[in-house]
Ligand binder design. Structure first.
Ligand code: AMP
Ligand code: ZN
Length: 467
């Protein structure tokens, strides 16, 4: 099967050939753990979960290694720790913030139907690897020490005239453009505006480790080198796919690529660089001051995670997405219907058309259109049609619950007693069967008073919460 993926670096859709089909390797930049993740953060998690599932389907479950890191050293974490745990020693407070946030993140993305990655490395557990990369960069003349900092020099990289990629190739910008566009308040210890931090001194009380480069004071790593180190440790000097949101292309991924290629003397860090488009909410950029800042947690209070997952996948991962209540409501209806048709079906093989569309750079919108067709076939067709429909849904991470669990989730999200609703619906169905429409209307009204709206179809009656 031809798996084709869009690569940001070469700016084309190319056939995916793994370096080692026995161990297909993918790295995705994970969360900085200081607060609840918002629905924009959910996008890369869901998109790369679909890719992970597809790779497992194609190469076998045991032949894919998916690494998603946890950034647990960051100024925002320090600020949050000081604010939430005043009086506590900073390092202890930081551990509390990061542990708590990591737990919340896992609960949220589990609920969105995402498989756990194979490895979830924490930045603070990879300081020796970061120091090793920095020492190599210093030795090879790509980095220098200034005022207790270590800085990477993109100019030195581009002057090296070797197999190295050009700094700026990923972001598709020239170094001259970047220098011209650099901010005016450039740190005095930088030789050039485009030099970036590999290591910096820690302030008193902040987390700190012995520094590389013979620097006498303790310090902490820059953000970019963390990912180079974790990817190296868990996936090697080169691997297949590196992913994240489009905002990470520059500077984060450009810098990771530069550090890794220069440290390991390689022309390539990852064969494919994949980036999801940005998410906005109800037509606007998400922001706390606009009041349209939505956490995954907020949404999970109202909707099952699979509803949010489907809403995300209706848009192709590289396009921008406008997150709207209307779209979420439609997804909820669709999933109610899919659960009714397929939740009790045995899974066999997913439909070939579904696999082919996913293999075409994760064409999920087209896949979902095909699923609607498969649904109709499953509702009126054979048990095999139903099992193929169910397997197709499961490949995408849907239908992970039984019909009963699905109803229960709706109950939890709405506060409505789903068992009672189901009983009343059964009584109403019996009334309708004996043509007692007075009784069936009465039950419909009783449910309406509970905030429950019924929808009758050939396959039966589904319900949803009136909004
Ligand atoms: P952060 O914690 O801000 O570093 O973001 C974690 C991941 O979420 C990164 O891959 C970001 O690119 C991605 N991300 C953040 N905001 C959005 C958004 N509004 N839309 C899509 N992806 C986002
Ligand atoms: Zn990263």
């Amino acid at each position: 099967m031809d798996l084709r993926l869009y690569d940001t670096l070469s700016r084309e859709k190319r056939s995916f050939v793994p370096l080692d089909p026995q161990n297909v390797r993918m790295y995705v930049c994970g969360p900085t753990v200081y607060d609840y993740a918002h629905i924009g953060n959910a996008r890369p998690v869901i998109v790369f979960d679909v890719l992970f599932r597809l790779l497992r389907h194609v190469y076998g479950e045991r032949h894919v290694t998916y690494v998603r890191n946890i950034t647990d050293v960051d100024d925002k974490i320090n600020e949050r720790a000081t604010r939430d745990f005043p009086g506590m020693p900073l390092n202890e407070a930081i551990r509390k913030v990061t542990e708590q946030t990591e737990k919340q993140f896992h609960e949220d993305v589990d609920a969105l139907g995402c498989l756990r990655p194979t490895v979830e490395p924490r930045a603070t557990e990879h300081i020796p690897e970061m120091r090793e990369i920095i020492e190599r960069l210093l030795q090879r003349g790509f980095a220098y020490v200034a005022e207790h900092h270590v800085l990477f020099s993109p100019e030195a990289m581009n002057a090296a005239n070797s197999i190295l990629p050009r700094y700026g190739a990923l972001a598709n910008r020239s170094l001259d453009e970047m220098i011209a566009g650099a901010r005016v308040d450039i740190a005095p210890y930088k030789r050039e505006a485009t030099d970036f931090v590999l290591w910096k001194p820690s302030k008193p009380g902040e987390p700190s480790w012995p520094s590389p480069g013979g620097i006498k004071v303790e310090g902490r790593p820059g953000w970019h080198v963390e990912c180079s180190a974790m990817a190296w440790k868990h996936l090697g000097e080169q691997f297949d796919i590196h992913g994240g949101g489009i905002d990470l292309v520059f500077p984060h991924h450009e810098n990771e690529l530069a550090q890794s290629c220069c440290a390991f003397h390689e022309s390539v860090m990852a064969n494919f660089w994949m980036h999801n488009g940005f998410l906005q909410v109800e037509g606007d950029k998400m922001s706390k001051s606009e009041g349209n800042f939505v956490t995954i947690r907020d949404l999970l209070a109202d909707w099952p995670g699979e509803v949010l997952r489907l809403t995300m996948l209706k848009t192709h991962y590289r396009s921008p997405i406008d997150w709207t209540l209307k779209s979420v409501e439609e997804s909820a209806k669709t999933l109610d219907d899919w659960y009714l048709v397929a939740s009790d079906a045995e899974s066999e093989q997913p439909a070939p058309s579904v696999v082919e569309l996913l293999a075409d750079d994760l064409n999920t919108p087209h896949t979902i259109a095909v699923l609607h067709g498969l649904r109709n076939g499953a509702a009126s067709g054979t048990e095999r049609d139903r099992s193929q429909f169910a397997a197709s849904l499961r490949l995408l991470g849907f239908l992970s619950e039984s019909a009963a669990e699905w109803q229960q989730q709706k109950q939890q999200a709405s506060g409505v007693d789903a068992e009672r609703v189901d009983k009343l619906i059964a009584v109403r169905t019996a009334a309708r069967a004996r043509k007692d429409f007075k009784e069936s209307d009465r039950i419909r009204d009783e449910l309406a008073a509970m905030g429950v709206v019924l929808k009758d179809s050939k396959e039966g009656t589904t319900w949803e919460i009136a909004r």
